[in-house]
Design a protein around this ligand. Structure first.
Ligand SMILES: C[S@@+](CC[C@H](N)C(=O)[O-])C[C@H]1O[C@@H](n2cnc3c(N)ncnc32)[C@H](O)[C@@H]1O
Length: 231
């Protein structure tokens, strides 16, 4: 039987639903998502490549893809890489599925619940990159412990990233950028790659942008782009 979203979510504190879905969006969720969704009730294959409909040389993960603009652009640009996208917010998933209906991609698999569940399912050293782009900022100090970056999730990233793999983080919230730098500096598995300011003030290579980034730029909050290498 297909996996259903769990009630016990470790790292998801956001909204699952927004405005009511249009009938076309609801139909996509019912009809297109099951064929693309990872089935966590089965153990993960030791080699992830067969999960995809085409041969892939490596696998990347995007956590909290929002409307999927970045995920779709990256997967379209790199057909030789398999992409796993995770987004529990139903309206975001519906947006990506609508985009996929117009431009289908064989190198993409999806999951619509807490990313922690996928991280704990993936085999060791199975990913070449994890993207965490504009994660929910939880700006109030009493909510900082809800942030996706923390010791536990960095341990998960360290386990599933292959040596030399990348953890790419972007945010427009200064306290979250500092928080991530501090947590990664304390973690034995990660090295920050920056050598000069442009390495964190300029976007990642071939950067298509994201919806939240566009909002941050409109509102005058310059983002930071951090790349960490798995030792
Ligand atoms: C601020 S939005 C950014 C969306 C997108 N990355 C962008 O830049 O436009 C953060 C997203 O992370 C998702 N999210 C929050 N916690 C998550 C978790 N534990 N697992 C997967 N996604 C999560 C939220 O549903 C939300 O869509």
């Amino acid at each position: 039987m297909a996996e259903r979203p769990s009630r016990a979510r470790e790292a998801f504190f956001g909204r699952l639903k927004g405005p009511r879905l249009r009938p076309g969006q609801a139909a996509l969720l019912a009809e297109a998502l099951p064929g693309l969704r990872l089935d966590l009730s089965e153990p993960a294959p030791a080699d992830l490549a067969p999960l995809f409909g085409v041969p892939v040389r490596a696998v990347r993960l995007e956590i909290g893809f929002g409307g999927g603009e970045h995920l779709h652009a990256e997967a379209a640009r790199r057909p030789e890489v398999g992409f796993i996208g995770i987004e529990p917010f139903v309206n975001g998933m519906a947006k990506l599925l609508a985009r996929l209906a117009e431009q289908p991609l064989a190198n993409l698999r999806l999951f619509d619940d807490d990313a922690v569940r996928v991280l704990d399912w993936l085999p060791d050293a199975s990913l070449e990159e994890i993207d965490l782009l504009y994660p929910d900022p939880w700006p109030k100090r009493r909510h900082w412990k809800r942030r996706f970056v923390g010791e536990g999730n960095l341990d998960r990233f360290a386990r599933v990233l292959a040596p030399g793999g990348r953890f790419c983080f972007a945010s427009d919230i200064d306290t979250y950028v500092d928080w991530t730098l501090q947590h990664c500096a304390r973690h034995p598995a990660f090295d920050w790659t920056a050598r000069r300011p442009a390495d964190w003030t300029e976007p990642f290579a071939d950067w298509p942008g994201t919806r939240y980034e566009a909002k941050a730029l409109r509102e005058g909050r310059p983002p930071a782009y951090l790349t960490f290498l798995r030792r």
